[in-house]
Design a protein around this ligand. Structure first.
Ligand code: G6P
Length: 365
């Protein structure tokens, strides 16, 4: 067991540290240079179909659902196609959809989550084309969908998904570039920048991993918080949700994530000196506006841990640095949140790889 964990105390910590490798595997052969288009040669959906769709519906659960929330924004930004995200367990086709012009994308690490399979089958029955994005070759999802894209993250054992989150998002980012190109919507400069940032992501993630000891010290200093709040706008929204999910899954602490603007519409009532607030202040998250929300929680005495790009640090209790990586900066921020959750949970002696009541793959609806 110890050997399988590669010297780490838990699979989760090992898998967090495997992210640079996982990310390199995900882009290998797919991004071959900043000036070259993305090569998703395993995608078999025709160009005509991709050019003709007027809606992409994402369905997923848990962490994969958060990856979809991030991807939706990238698809809309780059490919100018309407994209929606639904919890797979809540999916219905919806009215006014033309099955011929709709694509349902199921995202699932395991490819076996019952809720996600159900949603995909529902779409399939009415003639909607389906794409599965998964880590598991030969999974039910990969077999049943019209097309499959693999994220190539390698096996993930820890119940709480970690490395697969970033891998799902970057595969979906490459998908967004492909759809944008096919539809003649790809802005040359924006495309080049995203490809450059995709190539830079593994190194940037490594930079966060190298700060593990510092993150551990901060996690231990704040571990006794009564509750934890995670805030960020736009692409910082899904990362806030994911940061809170990780923490609650493995530490059993109360944690909530939400778009920063919603703070004043309710959650602010729960903010006290005992509730640390983790704020995402990077590119793609409208950091200037979130700074106002940070002031609101500071006025209530809450300690603030800022995960921030240049220009947005200063005036917080703790600050972690995010390097320049455009729309992928929130993904770098997420790695700080993963390590924060891990060390809070570990300091409390929790069963990190097998949290109570949870399963790696949920095969009942
Ligand atoms: C379970 C796991 C989560 C995971 C979710 C979706 O609830 O505990 O970590 O995010 O299933 O799993 P999937 O394999 O569909 O991505």
């Amino acid at each position: 067991d110890a050997a399988e964990k590669g010297g780490y105390d838990h699979y989760m910590l090992k898998e967090i540290h495997e992210q640079p490798t996982a990310l390199r595997q995900a882009i290998a052969g797919r991004i071959n240079g900043i000036e070259e288009g993305v090569d998703l040669s395993d995608l078999s959906l025709s160009e005509e179909f991709l050019a003709s769709i007027d809606e992409i519906q994402f369905v997923a659960c848990g962490t994969s659902y958060h990856a979809c929330l991030y991807a939706k924004q990238l698809i809309e930004e780059f490919a100018d196609v309407r994209a929606t995200v639904e919890f797979a367990s809540e999916y219905s086709i919806g009215s006014g959809r033309d099955p011929e012009r709709t694509l349902v994308v199921g995202v699932s690490q395991s490819g076996e989550t019952a809720d996600t399979l159900r949603a995909l089958r529902m779409a399939h029955r009415v003639g909607i084309r389906t794409l599965g994005v998964t880590n598991t070759v030969g999974s039910t999802m990969a077999r049943e969908c019209d097309d499959a894209l693999y994220i190539r993250a390698g096996p993930e054992i820890g119940v709480a998904a970690t490395k697969t989150f970033a891998s799902q998002i970057i595969v979906l980012a490459m998908f967004a570039l492909t759809v944008a190109e096919t539809r003649g919507e790809l802005d040359v400069t924006a495309g080049r920048e995203l490809r450059r940032n995709l190539q830079g992501l593994p190194g940037a993630v490594q930079g966060v991993l190298n700060q593990n000891e510092d993150i551990k010290a901060v996690a231990e200093a704040y571990a006794d918080g009564e509750a934890f709040f995670f805030i960020g706008r736009r692409l910082g929204g899904p990362v806030s949700l994911e940061g809170a999910l990780k923490l609650k899954e493995i530490s059993y602490d109360h944690a909530e994530g939400f778009p920063a603007g919603e703070l004043k519409h309710g959650p602010l009532a729960l903010v006290t000196e005992e509730t640390p607030v983790l704020a995402i202040l990077t590119d793609g998250t409208r950091p200037e506006e979130t700074q106002n929300n940070v002031k609101e929680v500071q006025a209530r005495g809450a300690p603030v841990i800022a995960i921030a790009a240049d220009g947005y640090r200063g005036g917080h209790d703790v600050e972690f640095e995010v390097p320049d990586l455009g729309l992928l900066e929130p993904l770098v921020a997420n790695v700080y949140l993963q390590l924060f959750a891990y060390h809070v949970a570990n300091s409390k002696g929790r069963a990190i790889d097998k949290p109570r009541n949870l399963a790696k793959s949920v095969t009942v609806e």
